[in-house]
Design a protein around this ligand. Structure first.
Ligand code: G3H
Ligand code: ZN
Length: 307
């Protein structure tokens, strides 16, 4: 199928209370693992290209891998720019065929974040491409963050409402207790804050740094408005574990495929676990369209109207 934009699938996720897995892919084996598993699970899926992946593989190469994989799949696949650093990079990705963009102005002063986010949204919307923006800041575990710093960087619900209105953003990455690149699941999310942001902002919300969040907290967050869950570190861990296993089992092997095959299988199982956790499995029928929502996934009031 041709790539789809994130607009419809995230709005659907918001209405039916599930989340779409947004998986970071760094190489061909990871792209294959993500798409194959999403197909097997009949789940819509977002493949995203991080700044590190762009530096590693090059923009055209990273995008090309996802496009080829999507063209052979029979589920909706989105090609998303993760943590776009500036206006120009977003334009380059638009030109390269990305079907979902992100401008991350979380390190900028508020007004500057508003101004650039708005510019990105304006140009992307002309091309029919939705944009994720970020308000508050999801910190990095490698920086050795304290709970106080995480708390201080959280998204303010009232500011989120104003931010979405002023920028025209289609979805919003929120800082609600997670930290990027944690190696074990210890964090708990601020569910009341997620609910308040959902009510005020009225757009699908995005959870970054999910690898370090307890599963029960992710499930609760999805029930309160998280519609896209980004997963990177957990997949990298699965991939590297596979390589280590391969080296141990076949110390004299010189064919890298022996190791990469184990890594690809490990990533598949990690993706499957997350897709089921996010309840995005079983959403897509054999023709590639959404199935009607099962009765337990009723529509919810998406808020955004009141002060
Ligand atoms: O943008 C990507 C993510 O937020 C992934 O975070 O590495 O903690 O899973 P993670
Ligand atoms: Zn992130």
């Amino acid at each position: 199928m041709p790539l789809v934009t994130s607009k419809e699938i995230l709005e659907r996720a918001l209405a039916e209370r599930f989340a779409v897995g947004a998986f970071n892919a760094n190489n061909m084996e990871m792209v294959q693992a993500i798409i194959e598993t999403a197909q097997e699970e009949r789940a819509p899926v977002i493949l995203q290209v991080s700044q590190g992946a762009i530096r590693y593989a090059g923009l055209e190469y990273a995008a090309g891998l996802v496009k080829i994989a999507a063209s052979m799949a029979d589920i909706p696949v989105v090609l998303h720019l993760d943590h776009g650093t500036d206006f120009d990079q977003n334009v380059r990705c638009l030109r390269a065929g990305f079907t979902s963009l992100m401008f991350d102005g979380s390190k900028l002063p508020y007004e500057e974040n508003v101004a650039i986010s708005k510019r990105v949204c304006e140009i992307a919307h002309i091309a029919g491409i939705p944009v994720e923006t970020e308000l508050g800041r999801v910190l990095q575990a490698k920086d050795g963050v304290t709970p106080e710093e995480v708390e201080a960087a959280m998204t303010d619900p009232n500011q989120a409402k104003e931010f979405v209105e002023r920028t025209g953003a289609d979805s919003l990455a929120v800082a609600v207790g997670s930290v990027h690149a944690m190696k074990s699941r210890e964090a708990t999310l601020d569910i009341a804050r997620i609910e308040a942001i959902r009510q005020k902002a009225g757009v699908p919300l995005v959870l970054h740094g999910s690898s370090g969040v307890k599963h029960e907290s992710v499930v609760e967050a999805i029930e309160h408005g998280i519609c896209k869950v980004n997963v990177a570190t957990y997949l990298n861990q699965a991939f590297v574990r596979g390589m280590k296993e391969g080296f141990e089992k076949h110390p004299d092997e010189v064919d890298p495929r022996k190791f990469l095959r184990i890594s690809r299988e490990n990533v598949k199982e990690a993706v499957r676990e997350k897709i089921r956790l996010f309840k995005s499995n079983g959403r897509i029928d054999s023709s590639g369209g959404f199935v009607s929502p099962p009765t337990q996934y009723r529509s919810v009031d998406i808020g955004g109207a009141e002060e």
